[in-house]
Ligand binder design. Structure first.
Ligand SMILES: *Cc1c(COP(=O)(O)O)cnc(C)c1O
Length: 343
């Protein structure tokens, strides 16, 4: 597809002329692809745009989980009781073709401004129930160490007597593991007073390389626990053997598989989504093969702002021809489409 690309030291980047989705991949992550064909290679599929991205279904949206509806200040999302999420930066070292925050990522919001940080701090000061702050984006670790330090210290300060817990959502251990340095680990741990977790995003066992293992070791040995959020992606990891190898590999690195997400209804991602029946079957197979610590929670972020719910057979109240009816723990009912592909 037509694309202008730019090559710099670390990145090959550009913007797709038709969809305006940013394109970008680190040289490191690109080197993990055994072929550049996104239809056959599970790494290439995650960064090479496909023509199917231009098929947008009616049920899809650029903001499938209603971040905008839960915004309490610019770039601050308060959706769940005791935790807020701050979009600290819109850039990534590699742009995932399945990204669900495409309303934000690479849309030129840039990094959190001084003013936005101030507003976020004021919100934390004023909102007693906030106990945890998720730093997300984009990838927060695209920012220099000193900026991360300044953000974390400012927010901690704002919490006064409350002790804030931090969670950094970053794909760097997978897409640019050299970003994880002893200096970064020290900054994160010290700025947060050792109250920090890192959540990364590996989807395929081929992403677990000696380099990513080194990054995980630096973090965990440095006192920062690491979790993994994977997304169930058709043609990439919707296979019990691949998932088994991924989750086994992660726990060997002391990275806990946290969530396995059903695909969000993000614009132009129908070619990635599997059915919920398939996801439930895969989870059953994995449970027979893997230890408890290797098992993530299979979950979906309910379209229309319903929030995250674990997916089990019990959460599927009804299977209709066109949709699933899902229920949360309060018995609320939500629709998730069954007619999935735009192909
Ligand atoms: C996913 C998410 C969280 C974190 O949810 P957990 O279930 O605690 O991992 C927090 N805020 C927002 C807006 C989210 O989308």
């Amino acid at each position: 597809m037509p694309m202008k690309t730019r090559e710099t030291g670390q990145m090959i980047s550009g913007v797709d002329a038709k969809t305006r989705l940013p394109y970008g991949v680190s040289r490191y992550y690109e080197s993990l692809a055994e072929s550049s064909d996104p239809h056959s290679d599970p790494i290439a599929a995650q960064f090479v745009p496909r023509i199917q991205e231009q098929t947008v279904l009616e049920c899809e949206s650029s903001d499938p989980i209603s971040d905008v509806g839960y915004s309490v200040a610019r770039r601050v999302i308060h959706h769940y009781n005791d935790r807020i999420l701050i979009l600290v930066n819109d850039r990534c070292a590699t742009y995932c073709r399945h990204c669900f925050r495409r309303h934000f990522t690479g849309n030129d919001s840039g990094r959190l401004t001084h003013e936005e940080l101030q507003r976020a701090a004021e919100y934390i000061s004023a909102t007693e129930r906030v106990q945890e702050v998720l730093l997300s984006g984009g990838d927060p670790l695209m920012l220099p160490d000193r900026d991360l330090q300044r953000i974390i210290m400012r927010l901690r300060d704002a919490a006064g007597k409350r002790t804030l817990l931090f969670r950094v959502a970053s794909r760097m251990p997978v897409v640019l593991p050299s970003r994880i340095t002893p200096a970064l680990v020290d900054v994160l741990r010290e700025a947060s007073d050792s109250r920090i977790w890192l959540v990364t995003h590996a989807n395929h066992p081929r992403e677990l390389t000696p380099q990513s293992a080194r990054a995980a070791k630096l973090l965990v040995d440095g006192g920062i626990p690491v979790l993994n959020q994977a997304v169930l992606l058709k043609g990439i990891n919707n296979d019990a053997d691949a998932l088994e190898e991924l989750f086994r590999g992660l726990i060997q690195l002391r990275v806990k598989p946290y969530y396995l997400f059903q695909g969000d209804l993000a614009s132009g991602t129908s070619h990635f989504r599997t059915s919920i029946e398939e996801g439930l079957d895969l989870m059953d197979q994995l449970r027979r093969r893997l230890s408890g610590i290797a098992m993530p929670t299979y979950a979906v972020d309910l379209p229309g702002g319903g929030g995250k719910i674990p997916l089990t057979r019990a959460s599927v109240a009804e299977v209709r021809q066109q949709e699933y009816i899902l229920t949360d723990s309060d018995g609320n009912r939500y629709s998730y489409p069954r007619e999935l592909t735009g192909e």
